[in-house]
Design a protein around this ligand. Structure first.
Ligand SMILES: Nc1ncnc2c1ncn2[C@@H]1O[C@H](COP(=O)(O)OP(=O)(O)OP(=O)(O)O)[C@@H](O)[C@H]1O
Length: 482
């Protein structure tokens, strides 16, 4: 504990004297102001005022010192370490992307409109339209309580000498005392905001592996599924969304606890309950590319490793029907074969050389793959969770298990809205009663709802379909166990 030292007598005296002096100075000032008002004519008072202002401007408090960062469109080649290094300055591009969000077309009289093509490290490209400042334009931005001023200057103009070889430049200026905020917070903030904006803008890709060669082929991914259109238990949907949001925000957390920044989801449930739709919704929500791994096309463990290493960050690895991809039956169920069978590298089902193994996949995912990249999500789907190897279900492996079940009342309401924009109908109560006892998948309900564009007809078709099925009673369901 700290205690305040008692002030010495001398200090108290000095403090009192200072107070008395301050009081008498302000008293004199008030008296002088009053006398001046009474005794001096207006012209003389104005002249005194002007004189005081002049003295202040010459000798008084000087304007705060400003610092400027110059950001050139292209980096001077001499600064590059490699001969073939690109001369494009990333910071310039990021600043322009960021500043586009600060442009107000209503208040700025001259603007530039451009379209740029961005090539991602994975080879995909996307174009975006950008509003930017015209040469000579300026923008003021506020961040963390600090004012930052941006100017866009053209090479070859008045500032031609300064920017020789650099093309166009952006100048960022701020109070000198805010240098730490500028460099340690504002510039990183601009870079990360620009990256996020570009990510939102870029076209998504889905990559599939070639047979045998261990390489990916990508095409644009336009699956329309979103969390908005997904018909599932609302609580479970929110839990998945919250988990994804938490994952995205936790870079530092994963670093601190020494774990790779990856997350695994196991989606399980009968066919047609929306597992693939949920995968697409997750990719769209995160703006992550999808890598759809078909294990039957992978020749051996080393091809598998090559494929996994070639995946980019911020991506989702999907292995559908994981129960069919390996001998994933639970080890307890193996009557005739011991674990040693697996370790000798032979496939005891065929007697031949085993191509790839579940342990090969899991070891690699836990090992090199998880440390060679970041922000990776891995999704396994299965129609039969009970057939999975316990190694897959071990805590820490698949972080969240999501059960995609038969169509419940809430899921039906979502589908009715998706397909017919209705939130109520005289047939709804009857459908609700039937859904409580009939096992029907969202895919089947969707199909019925699509039978007619007329909502009355489509709901009648669904009603009859459910009545036909009503002999089958739902078995109790094991809900999600995150
Ligand atoms: N939960 C859902 N929400 C919205 N649409 C769904 C849902 N489930 C299924 N559908 C509809 O049914 C179609 C098939 O569903 P999907 O392929 O996502 O199911 P799945 O569980 O992955 O099936 P499988 O196990 O056979 O691969 C989807 O394209 C979609 O139109």
């Amino acid at each position: 504990m700290t205690s305040m030292a008692a002030p010495s007598e001398g200090a108290v005296e000095a403090f009192k004297k200072a107070l008395a002096t301050a009081a008498s100075v302000s008293a004199y000032a008030m008296l002088a102001r009053g006398m001046a008002r009474e005794l001096l004519p207006d012209e003389l008072r104005a002249a005194v005022h002007w004189g005081a202002a002049f003295v202040c401007s010459r000798f008084g408090a000087r304007e705060k010192e400003r610092h400027t960062i110059v950001i050139r469109r292209s980096v001077d080649k001499n600064q590059c370490h490699y001969d073939n290094a690109s001369s494009q300055n990333d910071v310039f591009d990021a600043a322009r992307t960021y500043l586009a969000t600060k442009i107000n077309p209503r208040t700025m009289s001259r603007l530039c409109l451009g379209r740029s093509l961005t090539t991602e490290p994975d080879g995909s490209s996307s174009s975006s339209t950008l509003l930017s400042m015209e040469h000579g334009g300026s923008i003021t931005d506020h961040f963390d309580g600090v004012e930052f001023r941006w100017m866009f200057i053209e090479a070859g103009g008045d500032d031609g000498d300064r920017v020789k070889g650099g093309g166009e430049i952006l100048e960022l200026s701020y109070d000198a005392e805010q240098t730490d905020t500028a460099l340690d917070k504002y510039v990183p903030f601009i870079m990360s905001t620009a990256e996020e904006l570009r990510r939102q803008d870029r076209a998504l890709k889905i990559f599939m592996n070639d047979y045998g060669y261990g390489s990916w082929q990508g095409i644009n991914h336009h699956h329309p599924a979103s969390f908005e259109t997904l018909a599932m238990d609302p609580g479970l949907k929110q839990a998945v969304l919250d988990d994804l949001d938490r994952f995205l925000k936790r870079k530092e957390y994963y670093q601190r606890i020494g774990k790779a920044w990856k997350r695994g989801y196991l989606l399980y449930g009968p066919p047609g309950t929306g597992k693939s739709s949920l995968v697409a919704a997750m990719a769209n929500y995160l703006r992550f590319n999808l890598y759809d791994l078909d294990l039957s096309s992978v020749h051996d463990n080393s091809s598998l490793q090559r494929l996994l290493i070639d995946m980019s960050n911020k991506s989702i690895l999907v292995i559908e029907d994981i129960d069919c991809s390996f001998d994933t039956m639970s080890r307890e169920d193996r009557k005739d074969h011991s674990l040693e069978d697996e370790e000798d590298g032979r496939d005891y089902r065929t007697g031949g050389e085993r191509k790839i193994t579940l342990s090969g996949l899991l070891n690699f995912i836990d090992g090199l793959w998880s440390t060679s990249g970041e922000e990776r999500i891995m999704i396994f789907t299965t129609n039969y969770k009970d057939r999975l190897d316990p190694a897959l279900l071990r805590p820490g492996r698949m972080d969240m298990h999501v059960y995609m079940g038969y169509c419940c009342w809430e899921a039906f309401r979502k589908l009715a809205w998706n397909y017919h924009l209705i939130d109520g109908h005289p047939l709804f109560p009857g459908i609700q009663e039937l859904l409580a006892v009939v096992e029907v998948t969202p895919a089947e309900v969707s199909e019925m709802l699509l039978r007619s564009e007329d909502a009355d007809v489509a709901l009648q078709v669904l009603m009859e379909f459910l009545q036909e099925r009503s002999g089958a009673v739902k078995e109790p369901e094991d809900k999600h166990d995150a």
